[in-house]
Design a protein around this ligand. Structure first.
Ligand code: TNX
Length: 528
């Protein structure tokens, strides 16, 4: 006979076991590598049906004495140490080390052209993990795959219990586009260096490689320019809604650039002109045609401001700003904005854009601009960022320019998910998670094909976004989808299959503490 007390103990035990089974079932690593939920989906996966297990004696070995490769090894070690509790060291070895370790190596020059700049090959056996690439960038991308192949709890900052299994097989992986980015508007609302770095951690996790910073607009100038100090001091003083705003000192900007570099991310700085310039016009009276400084602006209207096209000082100003910014920016691009210049006459706009292109080129950089600039004569190597006007995109292509795809109705992260979304706008569309994913950069505009597209960028305008928590809500869970569009061949993409993988990322978002929109279109697998 079982008495009452025993009965309740058994019941409690059963509930406990059921709970445990449920949680561990959702976190279980399949022994079939091809069933992995990695985003972006790798180009090819061959499964061999076993496991590699990370153990307390696992170390990370790199070949050669390169400081850069050691740093990449250290990045992985740091990611694995906290949750596993293992003391993972980074060591060097000329040959594949003994059992139980991870080995990072660069391939001999030109031995694998298919992997390109950022591709990698990951060979997982029961004995070891081998990661190979042509370049350090490829090793860094491959490390993100290793992180995603491990259980989601690997992303937690406190010690967890294993086992830390990865299924065996080979992944050969490389991106479709060389430009896979996100834009953050730090002008409408200012975001701290720490917030920007957090966003870059997320970009790195999904193998994105560009962060475009919209550094100036009507509401705020966000970068210190030593030759024009009032831009930041005065023009950086406020933001939408009247908050205190802020700006990056040149030192802080360099900190962002370095943080990006360690993640193989390129910073693309934007100074928007000739419209969207009220913060500059408020800082220096001389920049205005009537010689009077404007008031700082904290609303969200667009199209009311313009630089004074006819004055020489305007170009002295632009040259100084671009020169200082170019010197701080290792990446190839300077973005000149050029959008919505509704207060600039067309006959002024065209020569202005022509002159500004020359200034950027003279400062050793390549021009990026919103597709509005296509009505000017585009110089060689100029990239037009398509956001709304198909005619402009076609005009840019006709002039031989490459197109960066940021269609507002598909790739604007400030667009609301649906009618119930509290943050954001919806002038271009409501963009649910499926709609953000189901499109292809090469078939959206009839005359813009594969040969014309440089890549994809999702843009977060921040008129309604005031802090990191809100930023995360608009960015997740759409970001992994944009990353996959940029990386994975369209033949390998399918919403019904993708949404299951995305659902499994829910555990990872949770482990990383990300505030995400739990879309009902996604079958989330998140333990309560
Ligand atoms: C259009 S897209 C703008 C921005 C706004 C955004 C809001 C573009 C080049 N210009 O100034 O912030 O819409 O969604």
């Amino acid at each position: 006979m079982i008495d009452k007390k025993q009965n309740s103990t058994i019941a409690a035990f059963m509930v406990f076991t059921m709970l445990f089974v449920q949680v561990s079932a959702s976190a279980k690593t399949s022994s079939d590598l091809s069933k992995t939920d990695v985003i972006p989906k790798p180009v090819t996966i061959t499964a061999t049906g076993g496991y590699f297990v990370l153990k307390s004696h696992t170390d990370i070995y790199v070949r050669g004495e390169s400081k850069e490769i050691k740093q990449i090894g250290q990045y992985l070690a740091d990611k694995l140490k906290l949750s596993t509790g293992y003391s993972i060291d980074v060591k060097t070895a000329e040959k594949v080390p003994g059992s139980g370790n991870i080995y990072l190596t660069l391939l001999e020059k030109s031995s694998s052209s298919i992997l390109g700049e950022e591709g990698y090959e990951l060979i997982i056996t029961k004995k070891q993990i081998l990661l190979k690439a042509n370049n350090p960038a490829g090793l860094f991308r491959g490390i993100q795959t290793i992180r995603q192949l491990l259980p989601a709890k690997i992303e937690l900052a406190s010690k967890q219990t294993g086992p830390w299994k990865i299924s065996t097989g080979t992944i050969t992986d490389y991106p479709v586009y060389s430009y896979r980015g996100v834009m953050l508007d730090v002008s409408r609302h200012f975001f701290s260096v720490g917030d920007v770095e957090k966003l870059m951690d997320y970009l790195a996790y999904y193998k994105m490689n560009i962060l475009h910073l919209h550094l100036s607009d009507d509401q705020g100038w966000r970068i210190e320019i030593k030759s024009w100090p009032e831009l930041a001091k005065h023009g950086g003083n406020t933001q939408v809604g009247g908050g205190k705003g802020g700006y990056y000192t040149q030192e802080q900007y360099s900190e962002i650039v370095n943080y990006a570099k360690e993640r193989y991310i390129t910073i693309v700085p934007e100074i928007d002109m000739p419209g969207h310039t009220n913060a500059a016009l408020a800082s220096y009276a001389d920049l205005n045609c009537n010689g009077k400084a404007t008031e700082l602006y904290t609303g969200i209207n667009v199209g009311f401001s313009t630089l004074c096209i006819a004055q020489n000082i305007t170009y002295k100003f632009i040259d100084d700003v671009i020169r200082e910014l170019a010197a701080l920016t290792p990446g190839p691009y300077i973005h000149i904005g050029g959008d919505e210049s509704r207060s600039t006459k067309r006959e002024d706009y065209i020569p202005f854009i022509n002159k500004v292109q020359d200034i950027v080129i003279a400062n050793g950089k390549q021009v990026l601009g919103w597709d509005d600039i296509a009505i000017a004569s585009l110089k060689q190597n100029v990239v037009a960022q398509h956001w709304a006007n198909v005619k402009n995109a076609n005009m840019a292509v006709d002039q031989g320019a490459k197109i960066l795809m940021s269609p507002a109705n598909k790739a604007y992260l400030d667009m609301q998910y649906d009618k119930s979304t509290k943050l954001g706008l919806h002038w271009a569309a409501y963009i649910e998670v499926d709609s953000a994913y189901i499109w292809d950069p090469t078939t959206l505009i009839p005359r813009v094909g594969k040969e014309n597209v440089l890549g994809i960028e999702a843009a977060l305008w921040t008129e309604t976004i005031t802090n990191l928590h809100e930023m995360e809500y608009m960015v997740f869970p759409r970001l992994p989808g944009y990353a996959e569009i940029g990386w994975t061949p369209s033949s390998g993409r399918n919403w019904n299959e993708y949404k299951v993988r995305l659902g499994k990322q829910g555990e990872r978002f949770k482990a990383m503490g990300i505030n995400y929109y739990p879309s009902r279109l996604v079958p989330w697998e998140v333990a309560k």
